[in-house]
Design a protein around this ligand. Sequence first.
Ligand SMILES: Cc1ncc(COP(=O)(O)O)c(C=O)c1O
Length: 371
Amino acid sequence: MTLLDPRPELWKLPRYQPGRSGEVATGVPPALLASNENVWGPSPAAIQAVQEAAALMHRYPDPGGEQLTARLAERHRLDPEQILLGDGADQLIRLLALAYVAPGQTAVIPRPSFQAYSLAITVAGGLSVPVALTADGAVDPHRLSQAVSPVTRLVFVCTPNNPTGPAVAAADVREMVQRMTGRPVLTVVDEAYQEFVDPLDTFTSSLALVRANLPVVVLRTFSKAYGLAGLRIGWAAAPKPVIDALATVREPFSVNRLALAAAEAALGDTVHLENVVNATRRARRRFLDQVADQRLIGFESQANFVTLRGGAAGPQVAAAFEHQGVMVRATEPFGLARHIRVTMGTDSELERFWAAWAAVDDTLPFPRRSV
Ligand SMILES: Cc1ncc(COP(=O)(O)O)c(C=O)c1O
């Protein structure tokens, strides 16, 4: 070990690999379907709010984001004391790990799922206990609770699950939480893609569990349906003692002034949100129909992406798509080999995807379902 080495558990940790973006590609702008961004863009009201807030960038932002917190509380029938804003949901995942998982303790995480969970747990000095999904790619609350041990502090549920896409009914999450009554375990329900689920009455949000004061944290983000990924803002809903713990660990001023202004404006533009959600669901339905027509193997997604089984390792298939000017995401870093994840784009972006797919399929044939 040298002076320059970090803590041993960080030695072999790979850096987070983001989906590749057009900024690193050359020539014709590629179709950017690798990062589950909102391809329709933000609300015009959010853009205007950022322009107005920019004149005050020499002033620190409101550290508590009180105005936005109050709006979120009102919208979701929560108490403002049950909400904490974060520099993206990513920061809130990090704060949860730092506040709740000490060295020697564990977090139960679904796998394949969002890689930020295990990374955050490792950084905190804890251990992740991975639990397999159901055969159709959904998080299985029953299996998660079975993996809980006396040293478990957190259980993560990702619904809809990234990178597969199926959602879990909140009733199943509630049942899992109730089964763990008496254990010192906090359940974290990551609902980054909740706005896209359909029908909503089946896949209701776990915010109801926070309202019922159960030991549950719900994570939401403005990066997806609200189209503010570039500004970094998300929020957590949880019982007040959890919010207090996270607020203590969080850096002051971690949510910037422009993000606060944009999020408040975006929250107010319900028409834009509805248009984005409807367009995404429409694109997903058409995409899944084409997957079925071609007899490809994909997951029934409830999010703004669809994941398909490829004909080779994910990075090789993704590179072949990139060669055709279409960015898709290999899912290996999430723990899912030989699949690619495709963000639901505009009609023309998805036409480019299918044209590229035909070319890729010639050299790396995608597996087909037998009839
Ligand atoms: C499941 C899930 N949770 C959280 C995040 C992070 O969201 P944010 O952009 O708010 O940090 C993502 C981003 O892709 C995600 O897929």
